[in-house]
Design a protein around this ligand. Structure first.
Ligand code: MSP
Length: 669
């Protein structure tokens, strides 16, 4: 019987559109799941979206949407992006789904019936951004993220977290691999040893959540709701427990380092309270940094995966993130580094090895894998076989410890060794020799067989990391569908003699300088669109080719697809305003702070047009603004409305204006 393997990502908040930080965790899990599938394990890979709580409720409000409408849209974006990137989760759980709600309520009842829930009053600080109760004085910032906290006083249900302190300490010490890496384990251990206080697990001042069983004035605390996804997705609390019985406990919960406490303290305590088995391990990776700080929507420094996929294909980002960042530590993303790695390791590395080896076999042996000679061999051939055998073993060990970067380095060590081997053995000279004697032909066969076999091995090892390109190389090697290959049996010498090659084509076309510029421009356009009103609070008009916005809910009166009613348009209050003051926003290259006169009032706006307009040139200019947009903060400045501009793809924004003079405050209809 095959082994089961269950791996999960965190479920992502839907207050922001996905970026490569989210993609990072999902790619790592996808890669691990693929390797397990190649070993024949019965694998289950889960991801999803976290859609309840005050943070989401407020984001929906700011976007002028109902929470359900808002979460439907952004959750659909996550799913569409994962599909566009070729990721292969087996399930996608939404916390607003009926199956999840049912499971959470079942878990609550179980914990309650086991005596671990009681009622009390919470007075203290709450950080909405982290959805975390914090120990802080009123008015003090959140000790975790530094954002302002809010004072809440509520009658709440409490979870007896304090009852689990000793059990948790024992767990971390007896099972050192429960939390990886060790630095995180030590942090958690000292946090728990410092003493655990009971945890408030319900809220009653807002309603966007799962009702507490038998007391629906309360909703379940969003972290209890969210963590439960790992079992509700398997059918916990439903009439069909077959998946739960099969896959639980999870082998790996993969998370970012900022949510370690929730996963390593609260989650096991909830499970212990419910009498359920604990996950086998929790692995926390570091942060992806961009422009020196953690990539996140609130910092406004995000890069979208679509941009990279559209320019370099689906494999480049996967390879880059796993090769460049030491898993567990923070790592910086830059377009330059991405393109450099792509060219050196993929276009010139694996891609070049594949095309030169396969082309020579096509040319000198009519596209059939040649027979290595018994006599015409040298120690150099044996050395390649040895390097390959060692690479298979080392790659496996390192990969299983999630040391992806070192694992790939080992495999690419084989690529460089074969490159050198080819240069030194000059198969082209042997092949082009005018009167090719038997000996040079045998030698040529050995060199090309050795190169092709090494190529096959690197391709098999790299498949979970780069599913697309490796599947193509595998087919070009004449080996069929790589997904059917049993990785457990990989060893030197399996390439069958006489195998007929498929069509030879380059898999990693070299990226020229313009690739970096293209990606940067695509991101700039996205930024402007975000500032102009798309982004997290709406669906951007600039959608990458394959990730389309989800369809809007159908109105009662039949309106053709893609159209809106006049009533819908009338909701948008467009007005003429005159710029009074304009200045650059410190630390934000693209933003201007404007004060505009609407006739009835002067307002502050923040607009992403700094790269297209000098502030001085705007003073006195009449512009069009969306006057009834909910206020939002950009770089700490409140923006009351949105300036309307055309956002040409790849270019700078152009403000909407009039040929005739129009009085300030006039409405556009
Ligand atoms: N909804 C919670 C998780 C609940 S799990 C039961 C949450 N969501 S989140 O949208 O903020 O996603 C956080 C996760 O996304 C991180 O833990 C990490 O896996 C990934 N990342 C988001 N930004 C990231 C970086 N800049 N760098 C690396 N990973 C990042 O927390």
């Amino acid at each position: 019987m095959s082994k089961t393997f269950y791996i999960t990502t965190p479920i992502y908040y839907v207050n922001a559109r996905p970026h490569i930080g989210h993609a990072y965790t999902t790619i790592a899990c996808d890669t691990i799941a693929r390797r397990h599938r190649m070993f024949g394990d019965d694998t289950w890979f889960l991801t999803g979206t976290d859609e309840h709580g005050q943070k989401i409720e407020r984001a929906a409000q700011a976007a002028g949407k109902t929470p359900q409408q808002f979460t439907d849209e952004i959750s659909a974006e996550f799913r569409a992006l994962w599909q566009h990137m070729g990721l292969t989760p087996d399930d996608f759980i939404r916390t607003t789904s009926a199956r999840h709600q049912q499971g959470v309520q079942a878990l609550w009842r179980k914990i309650r019936d086991n005596g671990y829930i009681y009622k009390g009053t919470y007075t203290g600080q709450y950080c909405v951004s982290d959805e975390l109760y914090v120990d802080a004085e009123p008015g003090a910032p959140c000790p975790d993220c530094g954002r302002p906290t809010e004072t809440v006083q509520e009658e709440n249900y409490y979870f007896k977290l304090s009852a689990f302190q000793d059990q948790l300490v024992r767990l971390y010490t007896e099972q050192p691999d429960f939390i990886r890496p060790e630095t995180r384990r030590n942090e958690v251990l000292s946090f728990v040893r410092g003493g655990l206080r009971d945890l408030s697990i319900s809220r009653s001042t807002f309603s966007w959540g799962i009702p507490v069983p038998d007391d629906p004035k309360h909703v379940v605390y969003v972290w209890l709701d969210a963590l439960a996804n790992y079992i509700t997705a398997l059918g916990y609390g439903s009439s069909d427990a077959s998946k739960f019985d099969k896959y639980w406990p999870a082998d790996v919960h993969m998370i970012g380092k900022e949510i370690v406490r929730f996963h390593c303290v609260y989650w096991p305590a909830f499970l212990l309270a419910a009498g359920l088995p604990l996950p086998k391990s929790i692995t926390a990776h570091g942060w992806l940094l961009f422009e020196e700080s953690k990539m996140s929507k609130s910092r406004g420094n995000i890069v979208r995966a679509e941009t990279i996929v559209d320019v370099l294909g689906t494999d480049a980002l996967r390879y880059f993130l796993l090769r460049e960042v030491v898993f567990g530590q923070d790592g910086s993303f830059s377009f330059d580094a991405l393109v450099q790695r792509y060219n050196s390791d993929l276009a010139n590395g694996l891609g070049n090895l594949a095309s030169r080896t396969l082309t020579m076999i096509a040319r000198y042996f009519k596209g059939e894998v040649p027979y290595p000679s018994n006599t015409a061999h040298t120690p150099a051939d044996a050395a390649i076989a040895e390097t390959a055998t060692k690479a298979i073993a080392d790659y496996g060990t390192l990969f299983d410890q999630f040391q992806f970067s070192r694992a790939l380095e080992t495999a690419w060590g084989l690529v460089s060794a074969v490159d050198k081997y080819i240069v030194e053995n000059e198969p082209w000279s042997l092949g082009e020799k005018k009167d090719r004697d038997e000996e040079s032909r045998s030698r040529l066969a050995t060199v090309l067989y050795t190169s092709a076999e090494a190529l096959r091995i690197v391709t098999a090892l790299a498949h979970p990391v780069m599913p697309d390109a490796t599947a193509k190389i595998w087919a070009q090697l004449g080996l069929g569908d790589i997904r059917k290959f049993d990785l457990a049996g990989l060893q030197w010498g399996q390439l069958r003699l006489g195998t007929k090659l498929g069509d030879v084509q380059a898999v990693f076309p070299r990226a020229d300088k313009s690739a970096v510029e293209r990606m940067q421009t695509m991101e700039k356009v996205e930024d402007v669109v975000d500032v102009l009103g798309g982004g997290a609070t709406g669906v951007s008009p600039v959608q990458p080719s394959a990730v389309r916005p989800p369809a809007a809910p159908k109105p009662a009166v039949a309106i053709p697809d893609g159209k809106i009613s006049i009533d819908d348009f009338a909701k948008v209050e467009l007005r003429v305003a005159q710029v009074k003051t304009a200045e650059r926003v410190k630390g934000a290259d693209k933003l201007l702070r404007l004060e505009v006169d609407l006739g009835t009032e002067v307002r502050q706006l923040v607009a992403g047009i700094a790269e297209a307009y000098e502030p001085e040139a705007l003073i006195g200019r009449k512009v069009v603004i969306v006057a009834n947009l909910a206020p939002r903060k950009l770089r700490g400045l409140e923006s009351n409305g949105m300036i309307v501009a055309a956002a040409p793809e790849g270019g700078k924004p152009v403000l909407a204006s009039f040929l005739e003079d129009v009085p300030v405050g006039t409405r556009l209809k």
